[in-house]
Design a protein. Structure first.
Length: 94
């Protein structure tokens, strides 16, 4: 069973640009916290989060406020360097 969170002021910001990060991580008890720790250190403004097991991995979806291409690339590279992460993709929220 997956977890999904939409933050309270999410409805007020539907028209703002957001980045979507899709992260594949090891399905371990601390994998989600490691990913969120990286996002926190990078001061990403989290707007939505979902996480669900997929086979032997954990699929994590993060929606954050857009802070530009350079910041998105930095966050993606930091996420990819996280010990439990196996893959990272990012783009615009559809």
């Amino acid at each position: 069973m997956g977890a999904s969170v939409r933050l309270a002021d999410d409805l007020d910001r539907e028209d703002e640009k957001r980045r979507l990060f899709l992260v594949t991580a090891e399905d371990t008890p601390d994998a989600l916290m490691r990913v969120l720790g990286v996002a926190s250190v990078q001061q990403a403004r989290l707007r939505a989060l979902s996480a669900a097991p997929e086979g032997q991995h954990l699929a994590i979806r993060l929606e954050i406020d857009d802070q530009g291409d350079a910041r998105a690339e930095t966050l993606a590279s930091r996420l990819a360097a996280c010990p439990s992460v196996r893959g990272v993709g990012f783009g615009w929220r559809a």
